[in-house]
Design a protein around this ligand. Structure first.
Ligand code: FAD
Ligand code: NAP
Length: 340
């Protein structure tokens, strides 16, 4: 049975802490509710927002239609030799699931510690941190396909993963309701220490390094730089890192020898946080919104801000970065309802 409520406040369900109100709201706790949900939406057509932990969303004050929060729980493990197949239901907490896998001594998820939100949202923007992306650890995504009104399974290659993007984010949003992830981990393996900050944090740690060492180092670094959404509303990185041509990169490097950039095939990835900091925005405050003092990529709500205020600040930053560096910044979180 679907229990649809009306006029539900979602202030506690979005990490920016916006005072958003859902016209209709339902919690999905069992798989059997998904065909019912689809039947309901076909009978009463209306916009749908799938909600996990709300940590990658900019919500308007009034949300038309139905918000369905995915609360499916459960975990299954099968171990074959060194290979571990961990299946997690979509409503499980991501960080707790990473911690569980590290507690078992498994390799694979340690770099993705302390990312807020649910398991089900993790493939949507192919979460990534410290040189690891979710798609590298994923065998398949279990979904309910709304178009076919059927449960199915998409192999990783079918999900069109790229940098902070996937089939679920930009190609077919709201078509697939992610119900579970099948992750491939390992009881033995190698650690990814490619990021300088991680190497520095572990420089004094005695070998052999384990997934737990990396997990704890990632948690330490993140706690020192990133605002806790429970204390200061935010959605993590507000902008994606831009990619520029080799020529453009060479020109920037000439003007700004300390530019932070990384080769990315024939192009170069620029650290968006560096551009924003270099332009003088770090720590800037405009009423109830601002740019975080320890991490220029994070826009924050000091309390009582609306998404319009955040968008106004973000637009000013985008215009300034375009003017100074001829680089277009794109926002990473999703606006709902969308702005166009
Ligand atoms: P929500 O914000 O609820 O939803 C995000 C999107 O997924 C929406 O489009 C929603 O409709 C869709 N969705 C949610 N559940 C489902 C489902 N079951 N099926 C289909 N679609 C669904 N991201 C990174 O990649 N790397 C980081 O290091 C990182 N660090 C962060 C740090 C902070 C402090 C914060 C606040 C955010 C950070 N993020 C990071 C962004 C965010 O945590 C991730 O994108 C996370 O996966 C969002 O999970 P969520 O459950 O909160 O999703
Ligand atoms: P950082 O370590 O200070 O690095 C700054 C930027 O340089 C990052 O954006 C990162 O790109 C890039 N970078 C650093 N070392 C690199 C290397 N060896 N190879 C390629 N690129 C490199 O970044 P931070 O802000 O403290 O964040 C640490 C990690 O957590 C990053 O991976 C970041 O993406 C992730 N994070 C994401 C969010 C989010 O909401 N999406 C929020 C907080 C942190 P990448 O971003 O491509 O990794």
């Amino acid at each position: 049975m679907l229990e649809v409520e009306s006029h539900v406040a979602l202030t506690g369900f979005n990490s920016f802490g916006f005072a958003a109100c859902a016209e209709h709201y339902v919690e999905i706790e069992r798989l059997e509710q998904l065909p019912e949900l689809e039947a309901y939406l076909r009978q009463q057509p209306q916009p749908l927002l799938l909600l996990g932990g709300g940590s990658n969303l900019l919500l308007a004050e009034q949300l038309p239609g139905l918000v369905a929060r995915i609360c499916l729980k459960g975990r299954q493990v099968s171990v074959e030799g060194e290979r571990v197949l961990l299946t997690l239901a979509a409503g499980e907490n991501w960080h707790e699931s990473v911690e569980y896998s590290v507690n078992q001594g498994w390799y694979g998820l340690e770099n993705l510690a302390l990312i807020p939100g649910t398991v089900g949202a993790a493939p949507v923007q192919n979460i990534g941190a410290y040189g690891v992306e979710l798609c590298q650890r994923l065998r398949a995504v279990q979904v309910f396909d709304r178009e076919r009104a059927a449960f199915t399974r998409l192999l990783t290659a079918e999900c069109q993963f790229s940098y902070r993007d996937s089939l679920f984010k930009s190609i077919a949003p709201e078509r697939y309701i992610i119900t579970a992830l099948e992750l491939e981990l390992s009881t033995r393996g190698s650690l990814n220490l490619s990021y300088g900050a991680l190497q520095q944090a572990l420089a004094e740690t005695e070998s052999p390094l384990t997934p737990r060492h990396v997990f704890e180092a990632v948690c330490r670094i993140r706690r020192s730089k990133l605002p806790d959404p429970l204390q200061l509303g935010n959605a993590g990185s507000y902008f994606k890192n831009p990619s520029v041509s080799a020529d453009h990169h060479a020109r920037l490097k000439q003007d700004y020898p300390d530019l932070v950039s990384y080769p990315d095939g024939e192009r170069f990835k620029l650290a968006a946080g560096w551009l924003i900091e270099r332009a003088g925005w770090k720590g800037h405050r405009q009423g109830d919104v601002g740019v975080h003092a320890h991490q220029a990529l994070v826009l924050v709500n000091y309390g009582g801000a609306t998404r319009e205020q955040v968008l106004t600040l973000a637009n000013a930053i985008v215009a300034d970065i375009a003017h100074r560096f001829a680089v277009t910044l794109e926002m990473e979180p999703r606006c709902y309802p969308s702005l166009d």
